[in-house]
Write a new protein. Sequence first.
Length: 231
Amino acid sequence: MEQLTDYLGAMTYWHWFALGAVLLIVEILTPTFFFIWFGIAAVLVGVLHLAVPGTSWQTSLTVFGALSIASTVVWHAAYKKNGGPSPDSDLNQRARRYLGRRAVVDAQVGRRFPEGTAIVLGRLRTMPSGTLVVMHLGNNYYVRPEQVDDVVRRVPAGHRVFLTTVRVNLPWQNSVNGILRDAVRRDPALTLIDWHAASGAPGLLLDGAHTTTRGSRLYARVMADAVRPAS
């Protein structure tokens, strides 16, 4: 215990900045909108040490804990206020109700492109020819062009493939969207659903990525309009 208190007492501003950087990197790698608040709190404690040299470790931990908890609580309150975790605002259920029994929606928090495309290809083994395949992947990490080309190549003949752009306030957004658009330009059999363009208006997203109730309705409508046969 004495060694722990000695270590805490020796922490300076750069220790807190380093802790904040690590937590923010964890947030980028596993976008949960949870670690970000702890990372920001650690950085602010580092700023406190710069502004008030000699700040005790007890004060530092108290400020870190208070800021982390307060910011997390405030974010969750804002999430609920804007229509986040209500039964009617679940995106997958909305899409399922809107499209009816002809649609299979398979979504999971944090899913990355390789995992998602493997699930798509697995499901297509039991799907009839002519199935419409809508892929909305790339929110959670970078995508390589060869990954897109590989999954498109492996989709059985007779299916129509839709690639959906992403809107997420993370470094890989523009890279992913550029790769998806290039794939559609190269292959006329592919169709682009531009969610990034559709979701730019205020009031649609809570945090640059997750939809509000209004945004979920728009998402379902954009998807339905894209797959609806031309009249």
